[in-house]
Design a protein around this ligand. Structure first.
Ligand code: NAP
Length: 391
């Protein structure tokens, strides 16, 4: 087996998690040569000789075979990852934003330089979903993929629905535990899970979807009225990312969704993530595991490093098979709950409205709307209006 020499960018939550899992795993033949961080003055748990703030100490170092990119800045990450591949180094990354935004360029860089880029930790952290989509679901019978792709919002929703804490208190707790990104907007507005959905859309169906083309709506407006609505009806609320194939069209979105208590996804709590896959013959299958945190994420990075020891590359088989076959579709009906107080939604946007409720505490409607109409509606941006999918 090879003895891979690693250059690691980032020694925050995931970088330190990787260090710990590398120390405790004796099955992987690799060694850390250097770690590049931003601030050399921060106290570190390792000897100072490991650290540098100069990226070329890693990128131009001929003694390093593999760059492990674990930083929280997607633009800097893209530059690091591109330079590494152009210098003939394979790369492991956990950076979903960077990967989702630059998918096509990253494919070209791999091909041009005959190197491998692996990024299992970027989607649902410890859950081995990408390699499963590449290797196991290596056929065209997959019809849908949905789940809980963001550990911090799932943690926040689980705690909020359990009661006794405010939104700000649970957000702070998620950040202190290392589950929330440094900028919580990416999590709570559903942007982080959308990046993961774009990556999974590619590995599931071979479709390259730009993050701007996939609709996301977050959990930051959920209030006690919405939680009471759920509780009275035996439901809970989860931030669900979903893609579904309908002929040659693919429906995809990331939206808060009411889920029946007792269903598989309702039992996925706190920082856990889950992915439910539907395919023609195996029918429904579930992958479940920790979607955030230092060691769970570090373990997925370790698994990619181990795969590089065996010269593993994603073959992107669905891309080759389905090139130009599928397109994103927004012209499909969704059943929604819309809660409003001051302003009202535009009722004309709905295909049909099956229920309207008014009270001193708040109003809601349940109706059917096309995703395209919902996405383009101005009323959805109003701070007093919230929406949740009702299946
Ligand atoms: N946290 C999770 O549970 C989780 C799960 C899955 C994926 N991820 C992804 O993993 C990546 C890292 O997340 P994290 O939570 O570990 O972030 P973090 O705790 O904020 O750590 C970021 C690290 O990157 C370093 N850094 C930032 N910009 C840099 C640059 N230009 N050059 C060199 N080093 C730089 C920082 O240096 P200093 O130490 O000097 O500040 C710090 O060590 C992100 O892409 C994130 O989306 C995280």
């Amino acid at each position: 087996m090879k003895n891979l020499k690693l250059g690691i960018f980032g020694f925050g939550c995931v970088g330190q998690g990787l260090y710990h899992v590398l120390q405790q795993s004796n099955s992987i033949n690799s060694e850390i040569v250097k770690i590049c961080i931003k601030d050399l003055n921060k106290p570190r748990s390792l000897e100072a000789a490991y650290f540098t703030d100069k990226k070329d100490d890693l990128l131009q170092n001929e003694g390093i075979d593999v760059i492990v990119e674990l930083i929280d800045d997607a633009e800097a990450a893209f530059e690091i990852v591109s330079t590494a591949m152009n210098n003939g180094k394979s790369v492991v990354s956990a950076n979903k934003k960077m990967i989702a935004e630059h998918l096509e360029e990253l494919l070209e860089l791999q091909e041009k330089n005959n190197v491998s880029l692996l990024y299992e930790a970027s989607c649902c952290a410890s859950i081995p979903i990408i390699r499963n989509l590449e290797e196991y679901y290596d056929n065209d019978l997959l019809s849908s993929l949905e789940g809980i792709f963001n550990g911090s919002t799932n943690f926040i929703l689980s705690k909020l629905i359990a009661g006794g804490q405010t939104y700000d208190e649970v957000l702070k707790e998620a950040q202190d535990l290392g589950f929330a990104e440094s900028d919580p907007t990416l999590d709570v507005e559903g942007i982080d899970p959308k990046y993961k959905l774009c990556i999974l859309l590619f590995h599931a169906f071979g479709l390259v979807a730009k993050p701007d083309d996939v609709f996301n709506y977050g959990i930051s407006k959920i209030n006690d009225f919405d939680i009471d609505y759920a509780k009275k009806r035996g439901l809970t609320i989860k931030l669900i990312s979903k893609c579904r194939r309908e002929g040659d069209k693919i429906e995809a979105y990331c939206l808060p969704t009411f889920i029946p208590i007792g269903s598989v996804l309702s039992q996925t709590s706190n920082e856990y993530n889950a992915v439910v896959l539907e395919s023609a013959f195996s029918e429904s299958q579930l992958l479940y595991g920790k979607g955030a945190g230092d060691k769970p994420t570090g373990s997925a990075v370790l698994s990619d490093i181990s795969a590089l020891n065996h010269d593993y590359k994603y073959e992107y088989k669905k891309k080759a098979k389905n090139e130009g076959k599928f397109e994103l579709c927004e012209n499909f009906d969704m059943r929604l709950y819309v809660r409003y107080n001051g302003s009202s939604p535009d009722f004309n946007d709905f295909e049909s409205i099956e229920e309207k409720y008014q009270s001193d505490r708040g109003n809601f409607l349940v109706g059917t709307i096309k995703l395209k109409k919902l996405k383009n509606s101005r009323w959805l941006k109003d701070s007093t209006i919230n929406t949740i999918v009702l299946n």
